[in-house]
Design a binder for this molecule. Structure first.
Ligand code: FAD
Length: 307
């Protein structure tokens, strides 16, 4: 059994493992895919003190750093259920493989995934014009034309954010009205380089084989197909936390399915902590996930020395 076990091996889980192992406690990491979302990222320019790196390089560095310590890494293990220990006992995590692991404390760091449009060209041009994170990739489109797909809060925030960096922004909303907060919509309407197209269904991301060159959408009222010429498409139709496996557990989740944590990263179940994109902590970023993972591991250690 472990003193602390991380579920998830992205920036949050890796940071938690380093912090826990440095306390000399029995530490393990079980992850479906060590590296997490970082593996799907091309260039990273906002990991402070590292002006430029690439996803696979950072993922390898995360693993290398964790391996500096006595940590059991169990890769390709998908957690399917969590059974909290009774009255301070060990918590159990069950995996798809049939295996199960026990630990006195847990750090849940299973991350999140961006909802995709699932239209032709989207996957093909991912990182070649198709992007999901304005904080990350906005500056790559300086002075260019981009579309933002989705008129909820995240889409409208992204459009406002991008309007200050890129040349022109076209926001495309499927419904006939934007769903974002009124104050955001007002701000959006005040910007000179933003156009909003409502009642439009994006049907394809177009490209020249190496980069995005535009997109095609259907004007839903008329059924007519239209094309926009542009260099970038930011998809903002939702970030889904990977918490399906916790549905039958007593861990409190928010309305959006994120794990609710306190200032030390502890969940509603004592001894079970969570960190990174899977939690209610806002702004899903690598440097934030690393900080939150470190914090959750320290929280878990604190919990251990008090129980
Ligand atoms: P994740 O990275 O999502 O890791 C989750 C881990 O949990 C993985 O190991 C996964 O396999 C595992 N897991 C999931 N479910 C289970 C399960 N049931 N059982 C076991 N393991 C499970 N951020 C930046 O700061 N800068 C950028 O430039 C940047 N660019 C990005 C580009 C793209 C294309 C994407 C998708 C994201 C980008 N981000 C960027 C966001 C950043 O990647 C995330 O904020 C960060 O990876 C979150 O770390 P995490 O550890 O919380 O979760």
């Amino acid at each position: 059994a472990f003193d602390t076990l991380m579920i998830g091996g992205g920036p949050a889980g890796a940071a938690a493992a380093v912090y826990a192992a440095r306390k000399g406690i029995r530490t393990g990491v079980a992850a479906e895919r060590f590296g997490g979302q970082v593996l799907d990222t091309l260039s990273i320019e906002n990991l402070i003190s590292v002006p430029h790196t690439e996803g696979p390089k950072l993922a390898a560095a995360l693993e290398e750093h964790v391996k500096e310590y006595d940590v059991d890494i169990m890769n390709l293990q998908r957690a399917v259920a969590l059974v909290p220990g009774e009255s301070g006992g060990e918590h159990e995590v069950r995996f798809e493989s049939g295996a199960s692991l026990k630990s006195r404390t847990l750090v849940l760091a299973t991350g999140a995934r961006w909802r995709a449009m699932n239209v032709p060209g989207e996957a093909e041009y991912r990182n070649k014009g198709v992007a999901y994170c304005p904080h990350c990739d906005g500056p790559l489109f300086k002075g260019k034309r981009v579309a933002v797909i989705g008129g909820g809060n995240s889409g409208v925030e992204a459009a406002i954010d991008l309007a200050g960096i890129v040349g022109e922004v076209t926001l495309i909303e499927f419904m006939d009205e934007l769903r974002a907060d009124e104050v955001l919509q007002k701000k959006l309407a005040s910007l000179p380089n933003v156009e909003v197209i409502k009642g439009a269904r994006t049907t394809e991301v177009n490209g020249d084989g190496s980069r995005v060159t535009g997109l095609t959408y259907e004007e839903r009222a008329s059924g007519e197909m239209r094309e926009l010429a542009l260099e970038g498409v930011f998809v903002q139709i939702g970030l889904v936390p990977n918490t399906e496996w916790l549905k039958d557990s007593p861990i409190e989740l928010s309305e959006r399915g994120e794990i609710v944590v306190d200032a030390r990263g502890m969940t509603s179940v004592p001894g079970i902590f969570a960190a990174g994109d899977v939690t209610t902590v806002p702004y899903k970023q690598i440097v934030i996930a690393m900080g939150e993972g470190s914090k959750a591991a320290l929280g878990a250690f604190d919990h251990l020395i008090r129980s």
